[in-house]
Every structure is written in structure tokens, then in C-alpha cells.
Ligand binder design. Structure first.
Ligand SMILES: Cc1ncc(COP(=O)(O)O)c(C=O)c1O
Length: 412
């Protein structure tokens, strides 16, 4: 097992971040005439405020490092070496300690969010099919379940490829094998030979987890070329800790890349999507024209704050792997209690046993109740489902208040 992820005291965390900032350029000292960047405006952001000494994330924000590029391969901009090192360690934690990748065999970077990380994956595979196999755009498709996040629709629109969605069973949320077969035949008839496949490590609305094997078997049967990306934007920081055996790791040779999103379950600031991919693939997204960037830019985003990597690294280091597992299990415990109560009151719902999302069929309690507790519907015009996501702010007290309201209002 990898051993990059360590629990650290807040003093250790402060010290490591302070040293990282010392390794970065200090725009106030030295001659950085050509760099179109600086620290944050001192008239607004008070770079000498005394509290910053004890606030590593805030002080990184104020010093404003640009972690542009991908730092797990080749050279990088020398100005921000300290915060790039922190990002490198964070990527290793995610790829090796959480997703069981082999040592130094994955690349990755902190993206703007799950959407960007997903588009980055599709972009890389589309370019691979074009470059290595001479594919035309109309010979490349994106295959995913009907429950997949709408980011894939942005991806296919931007990349000029076609999407093929596979219907899922209404109760199990699993893709229907017969439908998969039908969709693949349709794609074949339309000239598709290559597929970017998205497997969900927890869908947004249901928390359902896709099985990879049905995709693999069907794609092989129909002789498609394919690359599989696992979208763990929601479940990537939960499922690897809750599932007794997960096939959604780098140990599964069928999966080439992952999205994780620290600005969901990790409670990191927005701007902390994480893109991870096996070595040898990032170059398919190289922009040759990015000549002024040291080490070139093979990410979609371009300039991005080094403070984001620092924030995620700080949170994970604060808990360590065991503390994190404990935290996830607290949320699952609350979810279990919620489900017990719903069972007691005869409310029907979908819940994956290793996830903290409970999605109830609409029509079982008044819509006003859904509004009062801010449940999220599958669509706002004609809701069929309402979901509860058990995050840290969703305490047992509030959940019990909800189930009591259900008990008094349940429609039979
Ligand atoms: C499974 C999944 N993928 C992708 C995304 C998009 O993430 P972001 O909003 O960070 O771009 C989300 C957001 O809810 C998601 O749940």
C-alpha cells in the first residue's frame, strides 16, 4: 500500500506550506520583470495582516502562485516550485493511496472542477483516436449511462463527437445490457469505431455506481476501440473508503483516468477538481503553441491558483487516511439511520449501500416538505425523485426532523 498520505498536526501543515511559499518567487523581492503576475493587490488584500502567519491557505491566496501546467511530468515553471511540490504530493495521495495506482505511474493536476477534469479526459482520448488511429470526428463517440452528469454533453459539444447514452433500470439504476447492445449496434451503423466511455463512481442524482465489465464485454464483442474514464466527482472521496472491494481503481487495467472533486465531499474551496491519468496520455492534450510556458501546458485550464492544491492537501493531511475513513463512516451511519426510518414509514427510495445519497420517489409527501428541507429534485418542472445528500452539515438532528415530518405527512 502506498504511504504518501500522512496525518499531520496543524503546526506541521503550517510549516510545510510556509516553506513551500519560500520556495516560490516572492514578487516583493527580486526582479520579475517579464512575469504577467503578482501578489494580490495590497490595498485590498493586506498582505502584512498578522493573522496570515497562522493561516496557510489565506497566505497562499495572498501570495497568489500560478500553478499553470502539469507538474507530475517534465519540467514546470520554476517560479512556483514550492506550491507545485505540494500539488505533486496531493496527486500522488489521490492516485496511489486512494485509487491504488502504482508508484509514479500516474499524472494529474488540480482542475477547475469535475467538469474540466471530465472534458480533459474526453479531449485526450478523442485526440488519441485521431492521432494514433486516423479517426475522423464522426467515427468517435462518447458512451455513458443516462444518469451521467451533464458535463459529458458539454464535452461532446466542444469536441465535436457524438454522445450515446444507455438507459438504466429505474429501480437498480444499472445500465440495461440489452439496451447497451442496441446502442452499440446503432453506433456501429452510424460509423462509430472508437468510444470514450464514462463510468460513474457515484452519479449526481442517485449515488449509483457503474459496473465496468458490462461495458468492456459489449465493446469487445462489437470490436470497438475504447478508453474508459471513471467520473468520481461525487464519489471519489467516499467510495474507495466505503466499498469493501472496488473495481474502480488504477488496479483495474480497463480504466485509464479518473475525476475526483475536492470541492464536494472534501469541503475544499471551489476550483479543486482533480484529474488523474495513467502516464503516457497527457501529451495527447499538448498545445504546441504554448511556447512561453516552461514545461508547456497540457491542461485545459491554463493559469490556476496554487492555493487550491494547498487547500486540498491541507484538508487531507489534517485527517490522514484513517481519520478520513472515520469521517466517511459517520456520514454513512447517518445515511443508514435515515434509511431505517424511511423503511419504517414505508417511503420508497434508491440508495447505493456504500454511498451517502438517498433519492426518494416523488409523490410520497407534500412538495412543500421538499421545499422546506431543500431537497433537490431530478428536474424542477415535473419531479419524479427528490434527493438527500448526507454531508457534514446534514446532522442526525435535521435528518430526524425530516423523518418526523415524513411520518406526519406521508401520503398513502
Ligand atoms: C458525477 C459528477 N460529475 C461531474 C460534476 C461536475 O462537477 P463541477 O460542478 O465541479 O464541474 C458533478 C457535479 O455535481 C458530478 O456530480
Amino acid at each position: 500500500m502506498a504511504n504518501n498520505w500522512k496525518r499531520r498536526t496543524s503546526e506541521e501543515i503550517r510549516e510545510i506550506v510556509r516553506k513551500a511559499l519560500d520556495q516560490n518567487v516572492d514578487f516583493r523581492e527580486g526582479k520579475f520583470l517579464g512575469v504577467p503576475a503578482s501578489h494580490l493587490d495590497e490595498n485590498v488584500f493586506y498582505s502584512d495582516a498578522p493573522f496570515l502567519r497562522d493561516a496557510p491557505y489565506m497566505s497562499t491566496m495572498v501570495s497568489n502562485p500560478n500553478n499553470i501546467g502539469c507538474h507530475t511530468m517534465g519540467e514546470s515553471e520554476s517560479f512556483f516550485e514550492g506550491t507545485q511540490n505540494i500539488e505533486r504530493e496531493l496527486i500522488k495521495i489521490c492516485a496511489e493511496d486512494i485509487l491504488k495506482g502504482k508508484e509514479d505511474e500516474q499524472d494529474g493536476y488540480v482542475a477547475s472542477g469535475g467538469t474540466e477534469a471530465n472534458v480533459q479526459a474526453a479531449w485526450i482520448y478523442r485526440n488519441l483516436f485521431i492521432k494514433e488511429h486516423g479517426a475522423q470526428h464522426n467515427e468517435i463517440g462518447l458512451l455513458c449511462s443516462a444518469d451521467t452528469h451533464y458535463a459529458v454533453y458539454k464535452a461532446v459539444n466542444l469536441l465535436n463527437i457524438k454522445i450515446y447514452t444507455v438507459p438504466v433500470d429505474d429501480e437498480t439504476r444499472k445500465i440495461k445490457p440489452s439496451e447497451l447492445d442496441r446502442v452499440l449496434k446503432e453506433a456501429q451503423n452510424e460509423g462509430i469505431q472508437n468510444f470514450v466511455v464514462f463510468a460513474n463512481m457515484a452519479t449526481t442524482m442517485f449515488g449509483s455506481v457503474d459496473e465496468v465489465n458490462p461495458y468492456v464485454q459489449a465493446l469487445k464483442k462489437h470490436n470497438f476501440r475504447y478508453k474508459i474514464h471513471a467520473d468520481g466527482a461525487f464519489g471519489g472521496f467516499i467510495y474507495p473508503f466505503s466499498a469493501s472491494a472496488s473495481e474502480l481503481t488504477f488496479q483495474n487495467p480497463e480504466i485509464t483516468s479518473f475525476t475526483l472533486d475536492a470541492h464536494k465531499m472534501v469541503q475544499a474551496p471551489y476550483g479543486t477538481g482533480i484529474f488523474l491519468i495513467r502516464k503516457g496520455y497527457m501529451d495527447y492534450a499538448v498545445t504546441e503553441e504554448a511556447k512561453y510556458v516552461q514545461g508547456q501546458d497540457i491542461t485545459l485550464i491554463g493559469s490556476r491558483s496554487g492555493a487550491n492544491a494547498v487547500a486540498v492537501w491541507m484538508i487531507l493531511s489534517n485527517y490522514g487516511p484513517y481519520g478520513w475513513k472515520e469521517r466517511i463512516h459517520t456520514l454513512l451511519y447517518r445515511t443508514n439511520i435515515l434509511c431505517q426510518k424511511l423503511d419504517e414509514y414505508g417511503i420508497t427510495y434508491y440508495r447505493h449501500p456504500d454511498l451517502n445519497i438517498v433519492t426518494m420517489h416523488a409523490g410520497q409527501f407534500p412538495v412543500e416538505m421538499a421545499k422546506e428541507f431543500n431537497l433537490v429534485p431530478d428536474n424542477h418542472h415535473n419531479p419524479k425523485w427528490f434527493k438527500i445528500v448526507v454531508m457534514t452539515h446534514v446532522s442526525l438532528d435535521v435528518l430526524m426532523e425530516f423523518t418526523e415530518a415524513v411520518k406526519s405527512n406521508v401520503k398513502t
